[in-house]
Design a protein around this ligand. Sequence first.
Ligand code: ADP
Length: 888
Amino acid sequence: MVQSQLSPMMQHYMETKKQYPDCVLFYRLGDFYEMFFDDALTVSKELEITLTGKECGLPERAPMCGVPFHAVDSYLNRLVQKGYKVAIAEQMEDPKQAKGLVKREVIRVVTPGTITSAQALDETKNNYLMGIVCTDGGYGVSTADISTGDFLVTEVSTDRELFDEINKFSPSEIICNNAFYVSGVDIEELKNRYHVAVSALDSHFFGEESCHKVLKEHFRVGSLSGLGLEDYGTGIIAAGAVMQYMYETQKSTLEHITTIKPYSTGQFMIIDTSTRRNLELVETMREKQKRGTLLWVLDKTKTAMGARLLRAYIEQPLIHREEIIARQSAVEELNMNYISREEIREYLNPVYDLERLIGRISYKTANPRDLISFCNSLEMLPYIKRLLGEFSSPLLKALADDMDPLEDLFELIRSAIVEEPPITLREGGIIRDGYNEEADKLRAAKTEGKTWLAELEAREREKTGIKGLKVKFNKVFGYYFEVTNSFKNMVPDYFVRKQTLTNAERFTTDELKQLEEIIMGAEDKLVSLEYDLFCEVRDHIASQVVRIQKTAKSIAGTDVFCSLSTVASRRNYVKPAINEKGTISIKNGRHPVVEQMMRDDLFVANDTYLDNGKNRLSVITGPNMAGKSTYMRQVALIVLMAQLGSFVPADEADIGICDRIFTRVGASDDLASGQSTFMVEMTEVANILRNATRNSLLVLDEIGRGTSTFDGLSIAWAVIEHISSPRLLGAKTLFATHYHELTELEGTIAGVKNYCIAVKEQGDDIVFLRKIVRGGADKSYGIQVAKLAGVPESVILRAKEIAEELSNADITARAKEIAEVSANIAQRKVVPKPDEVDMQQLTFFDTVKDDDIIKELSELEINSMTPVDAMNTLYRLQNKLKNRWKDS
Ligand code: ADP
């Protein structure tokens, strides 16, 4: 493209675009924001709007599309939600008054992590922007929510910890240094998996000096130790980059970002990605909905701030006993004083999202109605504070202390703004009578002017004798007398014609002109004065941001504790004891979500006992559908609820604090990353074995299911050996399996106990009792479950026949064989060191690898075999084996 041939406006467009190459440029032209060239092609496709063209000085017209300025938000939001960044170039002067080209400037860049429009944000969720700085020694991670002013920073040393943070916050945008982009992390996978926009920023964002400077200047401190950041090296760089990025995109002073909070990942329980998903903490696995999750059960919050904080509590359970107990006491006290609690909840009802409102107030985008919502919320504060003050739990007391009733701001808004103001700022009608003398005077002039007009109208009607002579008004001609044609000849000389219509004429007089000037002058002056007064009020509120944010946090906390208490009372939860000796003892525990999904108290409660000694690992057997995974998730959820400070669904509970919860539940193909079910399963097992500690809780469902029975059983066996060995791991574990052979391990390995979920046989059918009992299940009841599921009768009958035949081919014999082999290995060797384990398992497998029967088995193309082929092959292999045993 030859730049010099472009029209002057297009040249300016191109220059602006050059400064924002990674953004779509919305370029204001009159009543539209227009996009040109590639941007126009992209946007017309993404938003399905018509592509047109514009003369631009080149032989061909420039592709163009546009959106009307009054509806820009909805287009902008859609584009940003798709991951685009949008730069908005505004007209900086009135085109009517501009000499030459209208001055245009980019006033804001809107990106997924920095969008603030209320329309685009889910009020129950934070919208996070995350900065990641990758160095040789680890990562600096800083997370900010521009809409609420939250700003956090931490450092982590491994990829896994980094992904735990990404998971915890699920940011909508990540900015990072180049080193992160080339560190081997699969950026495309990151984008797809977490629906996050990721971009590497220019190195100037990550300069040590500039990062220190921007933080010191923003928070007005001489040294970063004043912010508690002295021990954060890469953290500061991440936070500095986020701060600079926010300045560059928002082009505002960001006064509502008043604090930065350093935290250590060691303060919270670690929950990895798949565990969060499996336990369905805040969204369900399939539909990605809130209904059916732990959050859904626990969320009885009344405010958006409370809803966001509760989500954060669930995402970050605590690991320090005193902190957990402090939260429990708050919930307990609210339970006991439920009348006050209900009263507080009533007062919370009308409280708006103060955090986001103050954001908009600081940004100067809050309109008069926003201030009224704000004021209505403030009205509740003194009542809430008074009620909270009656409590003695330290946390509730602290919340009461932190709550500033903000009465001055309430009074200010109440006295300044009318009860039902318009949304717009430029049409007046905002300021109350009596708030400002000058405004009152102008208002009087306006009303008196109207009386004068009425008097003039009466006078002229009498003087001229024209009946029906009326003073009228329109925006183009102002005030005028209207005379219908039938009275035309009665019009006196001093009436000056303004306009002729078909059946009437319009006139003015000197007196009318004078009145018009007074009235219109007063009107214009009043509108502009009201605007100024409104801005003054808004700016004053903005200057009180620290007090408001503190109060908002306190409201959020109050709301969360009231919510936890309400759920605890309604659902009959109990306060769990919290111990540090590692025992998990639950009497009549229930699954919080499943019990709520069921009507009529059908849920069967179950006990749990795990410790770090004789009851480390429960092997849980039982047919499919018996309730194994429900039971295991229930235990994990009860532990998690206890650690976030909630009461739990049980009759009694004593919970040993867990540093991490790991789950390996169900087998789902990870198609996105092209990994097979088994590969995913083993990757997760590897992660668990590598990262779990003695204080972790492991929930393992059907390990080894994704491969052949023989391999699967052997892997499950070896995993149990590893986990239950106090020298190697010794973590508390629930291990559900359909390999009944694993029940052999009780008595062989210390700490392993068998449990099964009871079923009752009724003739050919089974009844699920849902009760967990000691001992192993003796049958798998697969065919009965298939029958229950509605598999046709003929198939069920045939399956029974086959099962009888197969029972001769006793796979249990192989399991016994494994037990013997492993016992022999154990006798011959001292207990292996962790890093020797893999090698030893390999030697064991090596002994059977070359066996021709095993080889043939492993090479069978099962998918292409008919059932009859399969049966015949099995018979043949079995006979071969029997003969061999006979021979030996
Ligand atoms: P499994 O893991 O053994 O195949 P699930 O845990 O998936 O079985 O449970 C199957 C169904 O049984 C669940 O969908 C649930 O509705 C029901 N269920 C499980 N546990 C209970 C219980 N304790 N009380 C009542 N119903 C239960």
